[in-house]
Design a protein around this ligand. Structure first.
Ligand SMILES: NC(=O)c1ccc[n+]([C@@H]2O[C@H](COP(=O)([O-])OP(=O)(O)OC[C@H]3O[C@@H](n4cnc5c(N)ncnc54)[C@H](O)[C@@H]3O)[C@@H](O)[C@H]2O)c1
Length: 432
């Protein structure tokens, strides 16, 4: 049961709105669902779900019977006593793929039209999926800066077919906004559920919903492409993916899921190339896997563009190997970054704690001397030497805590290519 029952108007009684309204009533809130579709309103008032969704009919019937759930075609009636308006209208695709925001625009204007004369505060929480920036660009302006209205993003993550269960046992609760009490009040709506709210900025909340859906789509396509290749090779793709999923350290984990620098090294580029090439020999199209190296190159290009825009003459680079704690330079994206900078006439010095020309030996030393002597000449064995010389420092590798402290203490602008330094207070950190 909800800890603090609230009065909630749910705007739109489609899949999201109707499930949300019925579930909120179940956990103790007083809910009025609004839809311009009389059939949906009549269904709810009659204690029936307007569409099939497992478990929904019981919740609607119980909600109406307890008096906590009601429905109306009148927005004015639903909003008159509401603390929170949860917007659940549709945001369908337009022909060009853009998001259709007509329903959102219209419902925002309809709410705004009802504000004159109102004395009670209203929190407008957008549960519909909207592109980052939409709340600020479409919903907020509709209220013309009224101090009575706070706009919050509260994206929905339920899946049709399991929507009631997903609502009651949420895997994620995201609330974003700039008015802390409004954000807290929306998070409190779900306080009867076993989930820790993630409180973020307005645009971040909108973006998280897109990141989740994109991630799910990428996961499905990845599994399908691995499955398709496995089938061609007479291998059980399900067994491959089941086994992959048993690794909770590198595979099903946070590993590799933070924005940072391009990947490199002796394995990932080589093995992806081989996989894609061998699949093409089987006439097998794997567009997702084929796009990974181009995507990686694009990330490198973004880093290069940032570096080329730096105003100073002297660019220091921390890190040469493709990641920390190795002296392996094979396919290090930093080498490509440096070659571009030198080619464009920039003065560059590089420090990598594990690549000291006097100390490395064997294939790495030969590689530097023979394959990239022009890069070897840029190496500075002393971090402080590089820092003193540089106008700006590109951090292209995750530093140890000790080196991080020295980088930060240098007072030089640090351009964080790897996402290792932020958040830094009062420092220049740029992520690509
Ligand atoms: N369906 C899902 O599984 C799912 C899951 C998560 C998020 N979402 C997102 O949630 C939003 C809603 O999705 P849905 O599937 O419930 O859409 P839907 O089309 O089923 O329902 C939208 C409802 O809003 C009503 N409506 C539109 N404008 C209105 C207005 N001005 N006043 C009153 N009612 C109005 C429509 O009549 C309709 O019943 C979308 O942004 C969608 O992307 C959907």
């Amino acid at each position: 049961m909800a800890v603090n029952p609230q009065k909630i108007a749910v705007l739109g009684l489609g899949y999201v709105g109707c499930v949300t309204a019925a579930c909120l009533a179940r956990i103790g809130h007083r809910v009025v669902g609004v839809d311009r579709d009389q059939f949906k309103v009549d269904s709810v008032l009659g204690g029936r779900a307007p569409f099939f969704e497992p478990g929904l009919e019981d919740l609607v019937r119980d909600g109406v019977a307890t008096g906590r759930l009601s429905a109306s075609v009148s927005l004015a009636e639903a909003l008159s006593d509401a603390d929170v308006a949860l917007i659940c209208v549709g945001t369908p695709s337009e022909k060009n793929g853009n998001l259709g925001l007509d329903q959102l625009r219209r419902v925002s204007e309809e709410i705004a039209d009802l504000m004159p004369g109102r004395t009670k505060r209203l929190i407008v929480a957008v549960r519909s999926t909207v592109y980052p920036g939409t709340c600020e660009e479409i919903v907020l302006p509709a209220f013309g800066g009224s101090p009575l209205v706070a706009v919050v993003s509260n994206p929905e993550f339920l899946r049709e077919g399991a929507a009631v269960k997903d609502f009651m046992e949420p895997s994620l609760l995201v609330v974003g906004g700039s008015a802390p009490e409004a954000v807290r009040q929306v998070a409190d709506i779900y306080s009867g559920l076993d989930v820790e709210p993630s409180i973020v900025a307005l645009r971040t909340a909108e973006m998280i919903k897109y990141a989740c859906n994109a991630f799910h789509a990428v996961k499905i396509s990845f599994a399908n492409e691995i499955g398709a290749l496995a089938t061609e090779l007479g291998i059980d793709g399900a067994e491959v993916m089941d086994t992959l999923c048993r690794d909770h350290s590198l595979n099903i984990s946070r590993a590799y899921l933070k924005p940072g620098f391009a990947f490199g090294g002796s394995c990932l580029p080589k093995d992806l190339r081989a996989l894609v090439y061998r699949a093409s020999r089987l006439d097998l199209k794997l567009p997702l896997l084929e796009s990974v190296l181009p995507s990686n190159n694009a990330q490198l290009d973004r880093a290069i563009a940032v570096a080329l825009e730096l105003p100073g003459d002297h660019i220091g680079v921390f890190g040469l190997a493709f990641k920390e704690n190795t002296d392996d330079l094979r396919e290090s994206p930093v080498v490509l970054l440096l070659e571009t900078l030198i080619g464009k006439g920039r003065k560059v010095r590089v420090h990598d704690p594990h690549i000291q020309l006097g100390e490395i030996y064997g294939s790495n030393q030969r590689y530097i001397m023979n394959a990239i002597p022009h890069i070897g000449n840029l190496l500075d064995d002393r971090l402080d030497g590089m820092l003193t010389w540089a106008d700006h420092v590109l951090v292209a590798q995750k530093p140890s805590p000790e080196i991080r402290a020295r980088l930060e203490a240098s007072g030089k602008p640090l351009i964080d290519l790897v996402g290792a330094l932020s958040p830094m207070v009062g420092r220049t950190a740029v992520s690509v």
